[in-house]
Design a protein around this ligand. Structure first.
Ligand code: NAD
Length: 295
């Protein structure tokens, strides 16, 4: 049985614990905030998780899965600290959404065992994992990571080299910057923007990737479009004022009850459970189709 130690039991760490348990992987978990740790310990979903109070308590572990807050210094410090706790055979995975793995390991002695495994939310459901080596990552750790993820039915894709935000978050950042810009410029409301994205690109993206779709539509037509549209796209290198304004007002989204939308009257647990059901149906439909065409 493989053994993983998750560090950070927040949104992602908890979802990963759930997935690993279902895949019959032994799970240890270290969460630094006592209140959060107790909350997880009281939840039946996690009754088979081995909660630890110090990372060095974790023995004979195949993978460390770091899922702490997205803060470069905190991640650097964590990997430096735990480097001495585990033998060189233990693979260190970071779930960072954006940082270069080489930046995270800047001061780590055994850089060759650190690799990015970028899971997607909801991590107990979404199949893809971007596997991101740095120039230092050793091929044995890469192969071990890929084999493990395949063995638990994830769909890992190994990037040829690292880049900030990897692939999916670069695509997502480009889309969300343009979406915020369109709302900020009064072209559509928040609701209309989401409606348009969901019923056009959204439903189609589950079925055909953006490049395959361009082939289907015709690259010559696309050339005419981009020549006209590219110069008008949002291309600022700073967060947009509409986003800054939400931060100033502590509107962080669902977690603070306000973001682009008002979530204060929503049963969030139920809402997310309903969304998960739809996502599972989509995944099942796409998987069935892939199997039929032998992909
Ligand atoms: N939220 C997402 O949709 C998403 C998706 C993919 C990847 N990620 C990445 O996953 C990581 C975690 O994100 P999240 O959304 O779960 O954040 P989160 O804030 O929900 O959870 C982070 C948890 O880590 C704990 N923590 C912080 N420092 C710690 C430390 N040194 N030791 C132990 N625990 C510590 C915090 O108490 C918190 O419970 C980030 O790197 C993020 O970029 C997030």
């Amino acid at each position: 049985m493989q053994h993983v130690c998750i560090i950070g039991g927040g949104f992602m760490g908890a979802a990963l614990a759930k997935y690993f348990l279902n895949a019959h992987v032994k799970v240890s978990l270290f969460e630094e905030f006592t209140t959060r740790r107790q909350e997880l310990m009281a939840d039946k979903t996690f009754q088979e998780v081995h909660f630890i109070e110090r990372i060095e308590e974790c023995k004979e572990v195949d993978f460390i899965i770091e899922a702490i807050t997205e803060n470069l210094q905190a991640k650097q410090q964590l990997f430096e600290t735990i480097d001495d706790y585990f033998p060189a055979s233990t693979t260190f995975c970071t779930n960072t959404s954006s940082y270069l793995i080489s930046s995270i390991v800047e001061n780590v002695k055994n850089k060759e065992r650190v690799i990015g495994t970028h899971f997607f939310s909801p991590a107990h459901i979404t199949p893809l994992v971007e596997v991101v080596p740095s120039a230092f990552t050793n091929s044995n750790h890469i192969q071990k990571t890929m084999t493990f993820l395949q063995s638990i039915d994830k769909k890992p894709v190994l990037l040829k080299k690292e880049i900030q935000g990897f692939v999916a978050n670069r695509l997502q950042s480009a889309l969300s910057r343009e979406a915020m810009s369109l709302v900020q410029n009064g072209i559509v409301s928040t609701e209309e923007l989401d409606f348009i994205a969901k019923w056009s690109l959204g439903v189609r993206l589950a079925n055909t990737g953006p490049l395959e779709q361009r082939d289907i539509n015709g690259l010559d037509t696309h050339m005419a479009i981009v020549k006209y549209v590219y110069p008008t796209l949002e291309n600022g290198t700073e967060p947009l004022p509409i986003h800054e304004q939400l931060m100033t007002n502590k509107r962080f989204g669902m977690k603070t009850n306000r973001g682009f939308y008002d979530w204060s009257k929503t049963d969030k647990k139920q809402y997310l459970a309903d969304k998960e059901k739809v996502l599972l149906n989509i995944i099942n439909a796409v998987s069935a189709q892939d199997e039929e065409v032998g992909k």
